[in-house]
Design a protein around this ligand. Structure first.
Ligand code: ACK
Length: 819
């Protein structure tokens, strides 16, 4: 067939790019192919086309559904009759298969050769595009072929939801178009090594099924179908006018404009969501509206950010134990600077750092080591939040001998010491008098606040302690000391999420002037309350308002000047931990569970450092947010636990949540941070058992008796041995032998850092033997059979083991001792 083929002409309808514009010269690297004996006129151009594949990239608004050039294995296309279209088994220079189909029955009458693709999903697009690359032989250049030779072929499609629903019935296919070449090639072209590759694009739509098949019909042409690319168009996700517009598939109609709403980028807002229109060609048109950066933020590269970094930091006086610094306001404060945060640490000791907050643009860092290099970083805060930290500035304290060698300093030191002692005495007097007449947060908070951190934990050098609002003559004063008054108009209540002791708990939004809107939880005080109820209700806010820790629920403020009286706190998307765990039984990794426990322990460490004893620590009083951060909540003022349905009256008249409470607190109301540690152990058990009720359905009386007798909850299923050991440590009878919260946090941190330590689980047989001993002697009278009892304690699957070992009755079980 070498040297044959008619002249190319014909019909062409081109969508977008296309046409016979690709007329590449034969690359030198392929020249060798031409010196080899050719199998046919098409083989040559196929090699050329393969070399072109690297030049053909799809534009970003086109999403390929099929690209025959990138399919490595079998395409799965079928040809019929079998001697019509044939696949050319070639590989390119990278040994990737070239899926090219050719047919050249120009000398034979009545050709009807079909090539069917495999099923192509339309991925939700209702309008798709087909780009064909092919070469076509000029009929005029075929000696004697003119009578039967054609210069066109036909393309069809057949819609189907079924991947395996390929039909070979011609009449089921709908014709898309007759395809003709813009350029056909002749013998001469081969000689000149000039390829005439045609590109034609057609579109089909609207499509209504999940996918479709394509078919190519040859009626007697000399064609090589070099590549088939099927794609849809989308308007790619963009940010315009501070709004994000998502990836949008174009409409079914070629002239359709789709209206798309954008959402404001972080820290920007709008009254009316901005809109744009996605054209059929995948272009965004006609933007309407815009978002604006919130107060304090500045627009930059399509985003809004807080104050720019502090750049100009200068050292002032440097002594052996102190370094003074000053700096200038950031170039772009983007709002009023409320304060600066200065972080510093000894060089190479970054895990142990100090933070000073200052409203001024200078500070003195004191208590430093002589002759040591300290690293400082500063950032500014506006109503919009913190900016980024400045770069690191390093300054070195002076050596120790500089001061101690200087005899002339002695009188100065003596005077300083005297003045210091007087000042200290004045301060102590001042603080004591302050305590008597009511704690003033403003007075206690200096302009410069200093906190020490070690490995991320605050070290409290005797800084703040919790003040019991009861010490105030007027509890209203305590509320206003510790909680911000919020105007009711700033709060939008959205829905009721639960019921509290004093009224409904709702979710809603808080929009304070100059601040961004926040989702909040709102506790309301029901109408008709007594003065005591109001005091107790607001007491929780007086307590919560004293805390500032990522694992303690954060108080936004209170509404007391209008009705209903409200307490507004941060919103915790996943609600209370016990309900959340029950709903998601078995869904978390051990590390996730330990992460939750670590958060709770860190919150409790903070509370115990503040001198606050919680008394009602239980999973139901922990809230969990969408990031699985757990926060301690429920800070009742009276702490007689009126509002806890679990709390029961003891013989001494107090109301106590028996299952969570340490024996000494039940017996003689000795509530301490160590009794909180006991409760923490119970919370650990609740978490690892996904919200199981401690001691199941045993009565409170049985629980008290059992614990007194030394009984402890058995390990939950699949519990890491290290965690169960920690629980048992928390349940030591002697409260002084229980771990402290800082030890618990450290222990959990160690486990998190070394996850393999969590792999050893409490083994099933020791669980069973513990249960045998402990449950056997208790509450067994309540169950008619061993099976029923084991079911009740969620151990039903061990029934067979019990039976096999002769424990077939509750009496037999009751005989078993721990030994
Ligand atoms: O388990 P829940 O959904 O979580 O039901 C209770 C209900 O209110 C009564 O206390 C939920 N709740 C309480 N405080 C908050 C909060 N700050 N964020 C979200 N939900 C809360 C609690």
């Amino acid at each position: 067939m070498r040297g044959s083929g008619p002249r190319g002409a014909g019909h062409r309808r081109t969508q977008g790019r296309g046409g016979g514009d690709d007329t590449p010269r034969v690359p030198a690297s392929l020249a060798g192919c031409y010196s080899a004996p050719l199998k046919g006129p098409l083989w040559t151009c196929l090699l050329l086309c393969a070399a072109l594949r690297t030049l053909l990239a799809s534009p970003s608004n086109e999403v390929n559904l099929l690209d025959s050039r990138t399919v490595m294995g079998d395409l799965g296309w079928i040809a019929f009759p079998k001697n019509g279209w044939e696949e050319i088994g070639e590989v390119d220079e990278n040994y990737a298969p070239i899926h090219t189909y050719q047919v050249c029955k120009v000398m034979e009458q009545n050709q009807n050769n079909w090539l069917l693709t495999s099923w192509i999903s339309n991925e939700g697009a209702s309008r798709i595009f087909i780009e064909l690359k092919f070469t076509l032989r000029d009929c005029n250049s075929l000696p004697g072929g003119l009578g039967t030779c054609k210069e066109t072929f036909n393309m069809y499609y057949f819609e189907s939801d079924d991947e395996n629903g390929r039909s070979i019935k011609e009449n089921q296919y709908i014709k898309i178009d007759t395809i003709a070449a813009d350029e056909s090639f002749t013998e001469l072209d081969l000689g000149d090594r000039v390829m005439k590759l045609n590109t034609e694009v057609r579109d089909v739509g609207p499509l209504s099924k999940k996918g479709f098949y394509l078919a190519f019909q040859d009626v007697g042409a000399c064609i090589a179908l070099v590549s088939v690319r099927v794609y849809y168009k989308k308007c790619p996700s963009v940010v315009r006018h501070l709004a994000i517009f998502p990836d949008t598939i174009t409409g079914a109609d070629s002239s359709q404009l789709l209206e798309v709403s954008g959402s404001c980028v972080n820290h920007s807002v709008t009254d009316d969501p901005p809109k744009m229109h996605c054209s059929a060609e995948g272009e965004w048109l006609v933007p309407i509206g815009k978002c604006m950066c919130k107060a304090g933020y500045e627009e930059k590269n399509g985003t809004c950010q807080a104050p720019s970094p502090v750049t100009n930091v200068k050292k002032g006086k440097i002594a052996k134990n102190s370094i003074s610094l000053s700096w200038q306001e950031p170039d772009r404060p983007n709002g009023i600077i409320l304060e600066y945060e200065i972080k510093y640490f000894e060089k190479d000791q970054e895990t142990s750092y100090t933070i000073i907050k200052s409203k001024e643009t200078s500070i003195t860092a004191e208590g430093l080591k002589p002759a040591s290099v300290y690293v400082f970083q500063i950032r500014a805060r506006t109503a919009a939040g913190y900016g980024v930290f400045s770069r690191r500035f390093e300054f070195e304290t002076t050596p120790v001998f500089a001061a101690s060698n200087d005899q002339s300093q002695i009188p100065i030191i003596a005077v300083s010491v005297t003045v210091g002692v007087i000042l200290l005495a004045v301060m102590i007097g001042f603080l004591l008098s302050g305590r008597r007449c009511g704690y003033s947060k403003a007075k206690q908070d200096p302009e410069e606040e200093k906190m020490h951190f070690h490995n991320g934990h605050i070290k409290l050098p005797g800084v703040r302690t919790y003040i019991d609002p009861h010490t105030y003559e007027d509890p209203n004063q305590a509320v206003h000391e510790f909680a911000k008054e919020i105007e009711a108009s700033c709060i939008t209540i959205e829905r009721v999420i639960g019921a509290g002791e004093f009224g409904e708990v709702c979710s809603g939004r808080l929009k304070l002037p100059g601040k961004r809107e926040l989702p909040v939880a709102i506790k309301t005080l029901k109408v008709g309350y007594t003065e005591k109820q109001r005091r107790d209700f607001l007491g929780e806010a007086s307590i919560m308002g004293q805390f500032d820790h990522p694992n303690i629920i954060h108080l936004e403020g209170v509404v007391t000047k209008s009705k209903p009286v409200m307490i507004v706190t941060e919103y915790m998307e996943n609600g209370s931990l016990d309900t959340f765990l029950k709903k998601n039984d078995g869904q978390f990794t051990v590390i996730q569970l330990v992460g939750m426990l670590r958060g709770i322990a860190a919150g409790m460490k903070y509370l115990s450092d503040m001198g606050y004893v919680h008394r009602d620590l239980a999973a139901r009083n922990i809230l969990i947010n969408s990031n699985l951060v757990c926060k301690v909540s429920d800070f009742g003022l009276s702490r007689v636990l009126e509002d806890d349905p679990e709390a029961a009256y003891t013989t001494r008249g107090g109301k106590i949540p028996i299952r969570w409470t340490a024996p000494e607190a039940i017996a003689f109301r000795k509530f301490t941070s160590s009794s909180d540690v006991w409760s923490y152990g119970i919370v650990m058990w609740e978490v690892v058992s996904y919200g199981e009720r401690p001691y199941w359905e045993m009565t409170n009386q049985d629980v008290i008796k059992a614990v007194e007798e030394g009984y402890r909850l058995p390990s939950p299923m699949d519990c890491p041995a290290a965690l169960y050991q920690l629980m048992l440590d928390c349940w030591q009878k002697d409260r002084n032998s229980r771990p402290k919260f800082d030890e618990i946090v450290n222990m959990l941190d160690k486990l998190i850092r070394n996850p393999s330590s969590l792999k050893t689980l409490v083994n099933a047989s020791s669980r069973v033997s513990t249960l045998l001993a402990e449950h056997g002697s208790l509450g067994s009278g309540a169950y008619r059979s061993v099976g029923e009892w084991l079911e009740a304690i969620k151990m039903g699957r061990y029934t067979e083991i019990f039976m096999e070992n002769g424990y077939s009755s509750m009496d037999a079980v009751a005989q078993v001792t721990l030994e």
